[in-house]
Design a protein around this ligand. Structure first.
Ligand code: 4NP
Length: 163
């Protein structure tokens, strides 16, 4: 299903319309602007299927757009069993997502699960808070966290996969 020159990264939140599509867009932007020469397959999904088939939340699209990142083409989907096999990094935004993934993941694949902010240098927090029920400021803060964690994730991949 995957070859050794490829790394798969799946970002996971609850609805797949705010934090994880934002992470997908930001991380893809970081990879495209890096000198890393390995193929990174990037995707996002939600633990719930409330928004399957929908584009990201308009506030997430607007906040990312101001930073030059286009999320409009993304569509929400629920995480599925094949994802655990296909992706090398399965990255939860918060403890609740992590717990849900732990329940869904076949035991052999649980070692792929991690929290996104574990890769962040400048945010001592564990979780990217859910901005869905708040205002625009929450989306800006989530973007700041996600940008920092994306740079750390890129370094982690570089240290493990780049020759
Ligand atoms: P996300 O945010 O998990 O970052 O996509 C949410 C989106 C929708 C809902 C909750 C969180 N919802 O309850 O519909």
């Amino acid at each position: 299903m995957r070859n050794d020159n490829e790394v798969g990264v799946l970002f996971v939140c609850l609805g797949n319309i705010c934090r994880s599509p934002t992470s997908e867009g930001v991380f893809r932007h970081c990879v495209e602007h890096s000198d890393l020469e390995i193929q990174i397959n990037i995707d996002s999904a939600g633990t719930a299927d409330y928004h399957t088939g929908q584009p990201p939340d308009a506030r997430a699209i607007a906040a990312a757009g101001k930073r030059g990142i286009d999320l409009k083409g993304l569509r929400a989907r629920r995480v599925n069993r094949l994802d655990f096999e296909k992706f090398d990094y399965i990255i939860a935004m918060d403890d609740h997502n992590y717990y849900d993934l732990e329940r869904l993941a076949p035991p052999d694949y649980r070692g792929k699960l991690c929290l996104f902010l574990d890769f962040a240098d400048n945010w001592p927090a564990r979780e990217v808070p859910d901005p869905y029920y708040g205002g625009a400021q929450g989306f800006e803060r989530a973007l700041d966290m996600i940008t920092d964690a994306s740079l750390g994730l890129l370094n982690d991949i570089r240290s493990k996969y780049a020759s």
